[in-house]
Design a protein. Structure first.
Length: 439
């Protein structure tokens, strides 16, 4: 019944821009450039071993099962109810960490661009909360309006990348060499191991369009076509953007949090720097809007299947949006942002959010690749994607340099991951033992 009430608002180019807004995170350019020119090898290897397998898996599974819910539907068909529930649970909860970290990154970069060198942690948190709730309000009016905000954000991100590329080429020509010597051979640095999973994480997002399968026109044709079109653009963006960052700045001076503001200052043009800051802010706001609306469809289908209270499946009578799922999601994200910042500096608190985000995000990818292996005969590509996913999960537990207390950092990370699993299992068993999930 819910499927009949959903409005099919997305065509091919809508979905290409949606995937671009979801899959392109301009802030990851700073994280990659911070590692040095060896990150180019990581981009290429992640594209070959993770991104291409992911695109192949999503395209194949979307063609066979183009239903609302995407990975949740595929996992249920391949492995049954518990695994499908846990896959959707982790993917949804990932938003609780991803959206706050994205909002923090956007606010911090905007403040640095305005000349605030060390923004107060309370100010950053308050502004990030305001950004989260603005994105929630935008999504409440439905995809007919909400998709355009994501489209604008995706376009702004590519315009920002164009400024970086032009500035990088100009700096390279002017000085005769890039600011960071370029090499494809990565340098081993134990202190930077924690950032490596983010390279693979940055390539995520193609599967989000499939979550909205019930809102896509002619999904069996549209979803696979959009995956490949947007996939090529995303890979080109990351490689060209990282080269431009390294052409503008020495890798050792680039901050993984505020590196884009540094690149704007290195452009040597106040107008270009201001335009870059504005476009980066618009791109992050669009990405936040896209993920906020997309992932809310998972609690909606879980509510329709009675794994969550039925109110999560409620569609707004006027706008057709999962309004209760969106509101509860925003409340959880707000609580997570405030709790995860407690007792940490702005840098390490941000990194803790990123690590929890990577862990909860990659667990569904294990199911995605296994489902592709079982349901779509994607043997070699699924094995490659699965190997990268497991490695990324393991490296996420390596603490970054500069953490005040390694034990506190690890305790929060391991405790948070354990809590995600325990809560999912408790809720699922409660539902199957006759307890009412809405109790």
């Amino acid at each position: 019944m819910m499927q009949q009430e959903l409005r099919r608002e997305l065509g091919v180019w809508d979905l290409v821009l949606f995937n671009t807004a979801a899959g392109v995170g301009i802030r990851w350019l700073a994280a990659a450039a911070h590692i040095g020119s060896g990150s180019l090898f990581l981009w290429v290897s992640a594209a070959v071993l993770f991104f291409v397998p992911c695109a192949m898996a999503v395209a194949a599974l979307s063609r066979r099962f183009p239903d609302e819910g995407g990975p949740y539907v595929w996992t249920r068909r391949a492995f049954g109810e518990w695994h499908a529930f846990f896959c959707a649970w982790c993917y949804w909860l990932n938003n609780f960490f991803y959206l706050p970290s994205l909002a923090i990154a956007g606010v911090t970069m905007a403040m640095h661009s305005m000349g605030v060198a060390e923004p107060a942690q309370f100010t950053v948190a308050l502004a990030a909360l305001a950004l989260l709730w603005t994105a929630t309000a935008a999504n409440l009016v439905g995809l007919r309006v909400g998709k355009w905000l994501g489209n604008i954000g995706g376009t702004a991100t590519y315009l920002a990348a164009a400024i970086l590329v032009v500035g990088g080429i100009a700096a390279w020509i002017r000085s005769g060499a890039p600011a960071t010597p370029l090499t494809l051979v990565p340098e081993f640095d134990a202190g930077k191991l924690n950032f490596w999973p983010q390279i693979a994480f940055a390539f995520g997002g193609l599967e989000l369009g499939a979550v909205l399968g019930g809102e896509v026109r002619d999904p069996t044709r549209t979803l696979p076509r959009a995956v490949w079109l947007s996939g090529a653009a995303i890979a080109a963006f990351y490689i060209a953007g990282t080269v431009s960052m390294l052409a503008l700045l020495p890798a050792g001076s680039i901050s993984e949090v505020t590196g884009l503001a540094q690149a704007g200052a290195a452009l040597g043009s106040p107008l270009a720097a201001s335009a870059l800051a504005l476009l980066v802010a618009a791109g992050i706001a669009g990405q936040l809007n896209t993920w906020m609306g997309g992932v809310a469809r998972l609690p909606m289908v879980l509510g329709a299947d009675h794994y969550l209270p039925a109110r999560f499946a409620a569609l707004h009578p006027r706008w057709g949006s999962p309004w209760q799922a969106l509101l509860w999601q925003a409340i959880a994200c707000s609580a997570c942002l405030l709790a995860m910042q407690a007792g940490e500096s702005l840098h390490s608190g941000y990194q803790l959010l990123v690590d929890m985000m990577v862990i909860t995000y990659f667990i569904p990818f294990i199911y995605l690749f296994l489902a592709a292996w079982r349901l779509a005969a994607q043997r070699v590509t699924a094995a490659a994607g699965l190997a990268v996913t497991v490695l990324a999960l393991a490296l996420s537990f390596v603490p970054p340099a500069g953490v005040a207390s390694v034990w506190q950092f690890e305790a929060k990370l391991i405790g948070g991951a354990g809590l995600v699993l325990a809560a999912a299992r408790w809720w699922y068993l409660r539902r199957h033992s006759g307890g009412s999930p809405s109790a």
